[in-house]
Design a binder for this molecule. Structure first.
Ligand code: P6P
Length: 349
């Protein structure tokens, strides 16, 4: 009979992988797992409950907040508040970070940065959405944790993960010792180990980018797209194009099948659209741990300086050799420091 390993059991078995006090990670991931189950319940019946559509508010990005965005944000913040391990929550949905100052959290050492419901524009059309989270330990020794504890480089993450609410609901995470995936079994309400030691193929045959922005892409991206589309049996080209429009879903597909996801700078997003702290860094940590690669086209995502909570970045992430090829095109056709103009590309000195 197949033995079922739940998320809780797995974390305890792997406790030695997490070099900090016993049980801290277990409780953090337990709290995240609980909130994920609650959000999953609402996402799964979104079509039925009066929870679809606009909440009538906007987030710091100026984006209309969907009711489920707000609901998910509240659930994760509440779970982390009551779990006692988290001293700050930073969320895409909140302008500033949220200090957790409850009695149960007085000795809390962890910062959680999250996108509570990524891809929310897809909620109303029943396409997979996700939660992305990144976990740091506070650097400050005493007193209240501050924004400095939040704005740490991606290399400082102690754990990262995502939940994908799709045809099944999965939680995928890493603590720096590989990547493991757990599928929610609704019949027992537990995340069960289903994808042990996930490895991303070094070569892939799927490219994922919103080609609607083609005219405004850097020339290096345009060249890479054309490279993907050329007929060349030896290298398995033309590749297949797949774009879901939910970063979690596009990255998850590539994690399993191989492939590259690119969100470059565009005219509408001169610094990229995706956020470094709670989208690019956690996904980069996970993908690197699974043998992949993640950069902004020039530099490793995890090495980028973090200057602001909602800072954006271009991202090229996925199969190592595909990302390397795209970086070669960027170096040749859009050398670093190139500013995109409507007439062409001007390389700044
Ligand atoms: P576009 C969803 O809104 C999101 O933040 C990511 O999940 C997704 O990859 C990206 O934006 C899609 O952006 O401009 O292609 O619609």
């Amino acid at each position: 009979m197949k033995v079922v390993t739940t998320l809780g059991q797995f974390i305890l078995e792997k406790q030695a992988d997490f070099p900090y006090a016993k049980g801290e990670l277990s409780r953090l991931l337990r709290d995240i797992g609980i909130a994920a189950k609650i959000v999953n319940r609402e996402v799964n019946k979104a079509g039925l409950a009066d929870i679809l559509g606009e909440a009538g508010t906007t987030n710091v990005q100026g984006e209309g907040q969907k009711k489920l965005d707000v609901y998910a944000n509240e659930q994760f913040i509440s779970a982390l508040k009551h779990g006692g391990e988290c001293c700050i929550v930073a969320s895409e949905e909140n302008d500033d970070y949220i200090p957790i100052e409850s009695e149960v959290s007085k000795d809390a050492r962890y910062i959680v940065a999250m996108d509570p419901l990524d891809g929310s524009s897809n909620i109303d059309v029943n396409v997979a959405v996700g939660t992305i989270f990144s976990i740091y330990r506070r650097k400050s020794a005493e007193g209240k944790a501050t924004i400095t504890d939040v704005l740490q480089r991606g290399t400082e993450q102690v754990a990262a993960g995502y939940v994908i609410y799709g045809s099944s609901t999965m939680l995928v995470y890493t603590t720096g010792k590989g990547v493991n995936g757990f599928t929610l079994d609704p019949s027992i309400g537990e995340f069960c180990l289903s994808h042990a030691d996930m490895k991303l193929p070094e070569d892939g045959f799927i490219y994922s980018i919103n080609e609607g922005n083609y005219v405004h892409f850097p020339d290096g991206v345009k060249k890479y797209i054309k490279y993907c589309q050329v007929e060349d049996k030896k290298t398995g080209r033309p590749y297949t194009s797949r774009y879901i429009g939910s970063m979690v879903a596009d990255v998850h597909r590539n994690l399993i099948k191989g492939g590259i996801f690119i969100y470059p700078v565009t005219a509408g997003a001169p610094n990229g659209k995706l956020r470094l702290v709670y989208e690019c860094n956690p996904m980069a940590f996970i993908v690197e741990q699974a043998g992949g690669r993640a950069s902004n086209g020039y530099e490793r995502i995890l090495d980028l300086d973090v200057d602001a909570l909602h800072q954006r970045s271009a991202i090229f992430i996925g199969s190592k050799n595909m990302v390397k090829k795209a970086e070669e095109m960027m170096a040749s056709f859009s050398p670093q420091g190139t500013k995109k103009t409507f007439e062409g590309e001007v390389v700044l000195q």
